[in-house]
Design a protein around this ligand. Structure first.
Ligand code: AHG
Ligand code: MN
Ligand code: MN
Ligand code: MN
Length: 314
């Protein structure tokens, strides 16, 4: 792509790309602030304390020092951005009000460090951000105006959508995010699967679905990090990730507001699908901020097949 300014696409940085997608100034500023915050998170991951923080979050998960540090980095950036009304994160117990007026402002739900327990074994981790217009965070994910994730892997990449396709940026030598790929797209069916949760706790419909996939000869790819596992599906253009309802855990593990909604937004923008096993993730109306949901996300025909097995066998 040659931008209107005649730059080759590899020189198009995030701010220019957002402007060329007619993203308004406040949302452009917000997404660029999230990108800036990621540079400090990278530093904290590579040099920070790998120990526990001695506290736990609302899920009863032991917080790592890095969870708390990444949360603080993003929270400070958002508080000072002048365009945030409310925010919440995996590591906060409730919604934090930032500004009383909603006009021209955004509300943000984020997972500051997804897969944090993987840092000490040096596997890829990420940051996930969901953005709504105005003050309300308890909305169906379909009303998001943007979703962003940053993947801290062998390379640091940022993927975003404002509802006009899904685009990938890479961090260059100058620590700027410049365009790598535009309009990431998924094919209808894949040959990769990421089966989360414990297989011995799979319910009959999920077990039937996974056995059917395996019968098709699909390859298992599961890193334990939601961001790299979803990024693989987007960049390879195929695959399905599941973290299903399990016997004894009807809601699975992943959180709706700051993990499933933003990733479902991106995957649907890339022509894929994301379901809780019965209905689209993006149509779920959250009742409380820390809600969990089962998830089947990736190639749309594979997601439809999972729903069909669940409908017939459960
Ligand atoms: P977080 O580190 O933000 O708490 O999220 C971890 C999540 C997600 O990254 C991943 O898909 C899932 O946990 C893996 O769960 P298991 O360890 O049970 O496989
Ligand atoms: Mn956690
Ligand atoms: Mn997470
Ligand atoms: Mn997390």
């Amino acid at each position: 792509m040659i931008s209107k300014a005649g730059k080759t696409k590899f020189q198009i940085d995030l701010r220019r790309h957002l402007r060329e997608n007619y993203v308004n100034e406040n949302l452009t500023h917000l997404i660029c602030e999230i990108a800036e915050a990621s540079k400090y998170i990278i530093h904290s991951i590579s040099t920070g304390d790998l120990g526990v923080a001695g506290t736990s979050n609302l899920y009863g998960e032991q917080q790592l020092a890095l969870d708390v540090l990444a949360d603080r980095i993003l929270r400070k950036r958002l508080e000072h951005s002048r365009v945030v009304a409310n925010m919440m994160s995996e590591e906060m117990d409730e919604i934090i009000p930032v500004s009383p007026d909603c006009d021209g402002k955004y509300s943000v739900a984020f997972d500051p460090l997804d897969g944090s327990s993987l840092v000490d074994v040096n596997l890829a981790v990420g940051t996930i951000v969901s953005i709504f217009e105005g003050c309300d965070l308890l909305q169906p994910g379909r009303r998001q105006v943007a979703a962003v994730y940053i993947l801290y892997g062998p390379r640091t990449t940022l993927v975003y959508s404002v509802g006009k396709g899904v685009h990938e940026f890479g961090m260059n030598m100058l620590r700027e995010y410049t365009l790598l790929k535009e309009n990431l797209t998924l094919q209808p069916q894949g040959n990769l699967y990421s089966p989360g949760g414990q297989r011995n706790l799979y319910t009959p419909g999920v077990e039937g679905f996974v056995s059917k996939l395996e019968g098709r000869g699909v390859k298992l790819r599961y890193s334990g990090g939601f961001v790299p596992d979803i990024n693989q599906i987007l960049l390879k253009g195929q695959g399905i990730f599941i973290y299903p309802h399990l016997q004894g855990h009807p809601l699975g593990k992943l959180r709706l507001l700051f993990e499933l909604s933003p990733m479902a937004f991106l995957i649907e923008q890339a022509g894929g699908a994301a379901s809780d096993g019965h209905r689209p993730i993006l149509d779920l109306q959250p009742k409380q901020i820390h809600e969990r949901s089962p998830v089947f996300i990736g190639c749309k025909d594979d997601v439809a097949m999972a729903e069909d097995f669940i409908r017939r066998l459960e």
